[in-house]
Design a protein around this ligand. Structure first.
Ligand code: TRP
Length: 364
């Protein structure tokens, strides 16, 4: 069986280093591993509209920002199909048929949807499109028969929902030769990468909280954000013993620091464990640790920022890449949709046998 990747992001803002360690970095590695037959990376504008109904301009503007972030990180249109969700009308058709396979109470139990409904104060008036976006996400994942979905941990309930739809579809409509493919989520192994906290120590990076480090931030912006980061509120003097747990600077180091960074920027320590041990013992100041983190982040982000600036010089070409990718994605979606309609017995005009059998029945 082919190995196929599909994943994507809502274009509601520029991508930040939480997206990077949570999924982007992995996607580029998977792309370059050569182990996958096809890779689809989707800008989920239609999904973004489900909770930004009154702000289409925001979504429109951020499509290009997300595309630039993708290219800057090393996603390569020669190896990965980058496309825009709304341009694949077949996804709506798939969603419509999958809706028959899901109950309202099942959607109500989806933890991600539950959480987001609360976050957006939607309780009293949930838009139907928002409520059903897990079904549309199942269409995103299945149109290309994705086997692997690299995502952040918060997306696991979406993959779970997709699996249920796949199983139900196959068992009802295609019990002998399955039409849809069961996808596997791929989430980061390191705890720190699963949910990188904001620079203020809050559980999540979010644009509205102003606690993100963006891939497009300048070197000065990154430095300023690192130097004002939340650490250990009990670590008042350098000599005080410090805490690592919940200390954002160390969480970021967990996500980004490698032994070779110590050689380059902090040769007194062989690795992160030694640095942590010193901090816990006392005698290691926050500023020193922050400066090290700044060096590590700058090394990782500089090439990304530079590539971003290069790509931004030719914006029409970026739209071109997305258009070509969308054409490719549509072909795959049309193929799957025709298999789905065949399995559901709604492919009347392609079914010569049907036409013949019905006419014979009436001739008798
Ligand atoms: N829900 C994802 C997010 O909020 C975006 C997304 C839409 C997605 N469709 C997808 C991710 C399909 C993986 C697979 O970031």
């Amino acid at each position: 069986m082919s190995k196929i990747i599909l994943t994507g992001d809502r274009p509601t803002g520029r991508l930040h280093i939480g997206h990077y360690v949570g999924s982007l970095r992995r996607r580029v590695e998977l792309q370059n591993s050569g182990e996958y037959d096809k890779i689809y990376i989707m800008i989920a504008d239609a999904q973004a509209l489900t909770d930004n109904i009154d702000n289409p301009e925001k979504v429109r503007q951020n499509v290009i920002e997300v595309a630039l972030d993708y290219l800057a990180c090393g996603l390569d249109p020669a190896k990965s199909t980058l496309f825009i969700q709304s341009q694949i009308s077949e996804l709506c058709e798939l969603t419509f048929y999958y809706m028959d396979l899901v109950t309202v109470s099942r959607l109500q139990r989806n933890p991600t949807v539950k959480n987001e409904i609360q976050l957006r104060n939607f309780e009293a008036s949930i838009p139907v499109g928002f409520f059903t976006y897990p079904i549309s996400q199942a269409a995103d994942i299945t149109f290309c028969k994705a086997t692997t979905v690299p995502v952040g941990e918060d997306q696991l309930p979406m993959i779970e929902q997709t699996k249920e739809i796949v199983h139900k579809f196959n068992s009802i409509y295609a019990p002998e030769t399955p039409v849809l493919v069961d996808p596997q989520a791929l989430i980061p192994e390191a705890e720190a990468c699963k949910r990188l906290p904001g620079t203020d120590g809050k559980a999540k990076m979010s644009k509205s909280l102003g606690n993100c480090i963006y891939l497009a931030d300048t070197a000065d912006e990154v430095k300023a954000k690192v130097m004002s980061m939340y650490t250990d509120p009990l670590h008042l003097q350098v000599s005080d013993p410090g805490h690592i747990e919940g200390n954002t600077v160390f969480t970021y180091l967990d996500a980004f620091a490698r032994d070779e960074h110590f050689e380059r920027y902090l040769p007194d320590y062989a690795n992160l464990d030694e640095l942590k041990a010193h901090y816990i013992r006392g005698g290691l100041g926050d500023v020193k640790v922050k400066k090290f983190l700044n060096n590590v982040l700058q090394e990782e982000l500089e090439p990304i920022r530079n590539r971003r600036q290069e790509f931004a010089k030719d914006i029409p070409e970026i739209y071109n890449i997305l258009k070509k990718g969308s054409d490719t994605a549509r072909e795959a979606a049309a193929q799957t949709l025709s298999e789905v309609k065949h399995a559901m017995k709604i492919d009347y005009f392609d079914d010569k046998e049907l036409i013949k059998a019905q006419s014979e029945r009436y001739l008798k």
